[in-house]
Design a protein around this ligand. Structure first.
Ligand code: FE
Length: 254
């Protein structure tokens, strides 16, 4: 299994503090059945800006440590790129890194809003051959209140990544329910842990998938894991037609 969203670089963002913490996370990834992981530290975020150079340098350190410690895990470079107005030029200059050197870019929206220029940037990125993947839409307040906003972005060609912990209930019942609804509406395409540490933000990789299985979403599980592999292979995703998702039932909850 491949995890496409993780904070495993140490001392750079709100992920692990030191190399030891990183190594215990990487060992835990193996224990959870993860064979490959894409490192996606925060970049161009108001508080954290892990540069492409920092990613490349620390990836080399981790690569060596994985071998020294016999941890059978493949790591790939990437970034969780905050949506900023000059994102297209940052990608072109390779200052914003795609996932595992593919044409997929993990894009983080602000936590509460969807900026007006989002749609336009999604279209421009695609014109440049880059497919944006919206990180954990289920944790964006505007999408929680009006899930059709995500549908609009998906219809423009954006893809979306759901977080295991959201499905496992780690962020509460409302986000868990919304997550399941987004999966059922074919509005998410790929799956990640968004692991930050082993205590407050653990992998919950299996737990999220088990929840989907319990809810009889077996095809979705297959699709999500297959699309994760397709990111590494830089291939087109398996896509199911988005279903309309009602906004009404969310108004009273959030
Ligand atoms: Fe993240």
């Amino acid at each position: 299994m491949i995890d496409i969203h993780s904070h495993i670089l140490f001392g750079v963002d709100d992920g692990p503090g030191d190399l030891y913490e990183t190594l215990s996370m990487l060992q835990k990834a193996v224990d959870e059945g993860i064979t490959e992981i894409i490192s996606t530290s925060h970049s161009f975020h108001p508080q954290y800006n892990v540069t492409a150079k920092q990613v490349t340098e620390q990836m080399a350190v981790l690569q060596e440590q994985l071998q020294l410690n016999n941890i059978p895990l493949k790591i790939h470079p990437g970034q969780e790129v905050r949506l900023v107005e000059n994102i297209v030029s940052l990608v072109e200059a390779k200052e914003a890194l795609t996932l595992a050197n593919s044409n997929y870019l993990l894009l983080e929206l602000p936590s509460s809003t969807i900026p007006k220029y989002t749609k336009e940037l999604i279209i421009t990125l695609q014109a440049k051959g880059i497919t944006p993947i919206i990180a954990h839409p289920e944790r964006n307040k505007t999408i929680a209140e009006r899930p059709y906003k995500l549908e609009e972005l998906v219809r423009e060609g954006a893809r979306a990544q759901i977080t295991g912990g959201s499905l496992a209930g780690h962020f509460g019942k409302n986000i868990q329910k919304l997550s399941l609804d987004l999966v059922k509406a074919n509005l998410v395409h790929t799956y990640g842990s968004d692991v930050h540490n082993l205590t407050t933000r653990p992998f919950l990789f299996d737990e999220g998938l088990i929840y989907l299985e319990k809810k009889k979403q077996l095809d979705a599980v297959d699709m999500l894991l297959e699309n994760n592999a397709r990111i590494i292979e830089n291939k087109n995703f398996i896509l199911y037609e988005p279903q309309e998702i009602s906004s009404k039932k969310w108004w009273s909850i959030f």
